[in-house]
Write a protein that binds this ligand. Structure first.
Ligand code: XMP
Length: 520
């Protein structure tokens, strides 16, 4: 991965901390561009004028396992301010003649640090009593202060909790200012980037829009680009960005698998073709998908069939557009960086994910990935800046295989119809009760069992509908949403009374792990 040379930035050198992505996000939230690079990849030649500050992240390593981390000392000798965090603080100390050893007491969790000396790094950071609560997570610590450094703050167990070498602009903190548990942690990071590195704000949604449009224009030139549009947030933002950048040279292909949410295909065509005037090819492949999925009930088989057929259909239509050179994809930053602990997709090992990304390799198209330096929240803001509606931008995630994986067992037209209705009632009710935006993802599923019920004076024997609603940061872990009984009652009545084929509703109260968000 190469760094963007055209934009001033704070460079974060990653030593494998679970919090590295948080450091980048905090800086970007303050309107400054930041990039992450692995300590294994960064070379002194990467350090150019666009880098206004360097942050050395935490990590699980030990500074004495010298062969396990390689780090070119010249990187910090470019007269660029450096902030070392946790393990980064220990390396910075070691490289400057300090000593690091195993702590007598490991510190995990909150600790109080006390101010010892004024520093520009801690301007307005401490409370009136000169104390601050910080988040520690370390087993080693600096045991001898490096030469020409001063102690700014100490905790009971870490004498050198904050240190500085003002002349060289080197700063080290044993704790994690990037996690929200550290009081005023963001203040400390802001002091580093604005007061010490003196970098100017350059990362608003408007800045991003202008830059990304220019980048796409430079990359694509007069060539044609195809893009698989799903109607989800990422592909919608990519399509609209490319539409603004290259207009009619963009060709979006939208495949209706028949496994979409109720009326989704109508909404996508209305929004993208009619309203945003994007070149959209609408492919109705409902019957083809249903034929291939006939009598298939194994979850992985379903996923593979859908993924493969999707690519086949996409290729079929893409070939009809002559002289295409590029394929646009909604790859995001967390997919690219090595430390995936915060928002990576470990889930892909559990299920074979299919989405509109990762499209046909054999077509030998060059990739346009305009969102590859953005986090999800930045993509949403960019979408609004590009005048996509709030409704599109705040939509819950929807998996590539669609309703097929919300319908354990075989897939039939009848089941799809019932499920679309149930899901629609659920989502509508969430919107009406102002719950939709409090929930990360919600959906209805249809279980392959029938149970007995009574309606009027008659016995019924119909399907079981499962509702799932979860809160989550990134889909990696999730908790079920705690609805009020009255809401659950309303929606269960609505579904059972309105949909023939369902006579019982259950609510899924498992978290992830041990469950997953989708059923298959
Ligand atoms: P799981 O079920 O793995 O889901 O806990 C985590 C998140 O990923 C979504 N998901 C998918 N998204 N293609 C996608 O684009 C897929 O094949 C796929 N499978 C699951 C799921 O909806 C949830 O948001």
């Amino acid at each position: 991965m190469s760094l963007d040379k055209n934009l001033n930035k704070i460079l974060i050198i990653d030593f494998g901390s679970q919090f590295t992505q948080l450091i980048a996000r905090r800086i970007r939230e303050s309107g400054v561009y930041s990039e992450i690079i692995s300590h294994k990849k960064v070379k002194n030649k990467n350090i150019d004028n666009s880098i206004k500050g360097i942050i050395l992240s935490g990590g699980p390593l030990n500074v004495y396992q010298i062969n396990k981390y390689s780090f070119d000392k010249r990187i910090i000798e470019n007269q660029i301010p450096v902030l070392g965090i946790c393990f980064g603080h220990q390396i910075l100390s070691k490289l400057n003649g300090g000593r690091v050893k195993q702590s007598k007491y490991r510190e995990f969790g909150l600790a109080n640090i006390r101010k010892k000396r004024e520093s520009i790094l801690t301007k307005n950071f401490f409370n009136k009593k000169n104390i601050n609560k910080v988040w520690m997570s370390h087993a080693d610590q600096v045991s001898k202060l490096p030469k020409n450094f001063n102690v700014i703050a100490s905790s009971q167990n870490s004498k050198f909790a904050i240190i500085e070498n003002k002349k060289k602009n080197f700063y080290g903190v044993q704790f994690h200012p990037e996690v929200t548990h550290t009081e005023n942690g963001k203040k400390l990071i802001n002091n580093f980037i604005f007061l010490i590195c003196k970098i100017k704000r350059n990362w608003s949604s408007k800045d991003q829009k202008i830059k990304l449009i220019k980048d796409v224009q430079n990359l694509v030139g007069e060539n044609k680009v195809i893009c698989a549009l799903s109607g989800g947030v990422d592909s919608s933002v990519v399509a609209q960005l490319l539409n603004k950048a290259i207009g009619k040279k963009l060709f979006c292909i939208f495949v209706n698998t028949g496994l979409l949410r109720k009326n989704e295909e109508i909404q996508v065509v209305k929004t993208f073709k009619k309203k945003l005037k994007i070149n959209l090819i609408y492919v109705n492949a409902e019957n083809e998908f249903l034929r291939k999925l006939n009598n298939v009930s194994d979850p992985e088989k379903k996923r593979k069939i859908i993924g493969n057929l999707f690519i086949k259909i996409f290729e079929r239509y893409a070939k009809r557009i002559k002289n295409v050179k590029f394929l646009a994809q909604g790859t995001l930053y967390p997919d690219l960086i090595e430390s995936k602990s915060v928002t990576g997709s470990q889930t892909s090992k559990i299920k074979s994910h299919h989405n509109v990304g990762g499209l046909p390799k054999k077509m030998k198209l060059k990739l346009v990935e305009p969102l590859k330096f953005l986090f999800k929240d930045e993509v949403r803001k960019l979408g609004l800046e590009l005048k996509l509606s709030k409704e599109i931008i705040s939509r819950h995630p929807f998996p590539g295989p669609g309703l097929a994986i919300r319908m354990p067992g075989i897939i039939t037209k009848e089941k799809i119809k019932i499920l679309k209705e149930a899901d629609n009632y659920f989502i509508q009710a969430l919107r009406e009760h102002n719950l939709y935006n409090k929930i990360w993802q919600a959906y209805a599923a249809l279980l392959p069992v029938k149970t007995v019920g009574v309606m009027g004076d008659n016995r019924t024997y119909e399907y079981l509908c499962l509702l799932r609603a979860i809160t989550s940061e990134d889909g990696m872990t999730a908790d079920f949403y705690d609805f009020k009984k009255s809401f659950i009652q309303i929606i269960s009545n609505k579904i059972v009374n309105s949909i023939r084929g369902v006579n019982r509703v259950v609510y899924d109260v498992t978290s992830k792990p041990p469950s997953t968000i989708e059923l298959e």
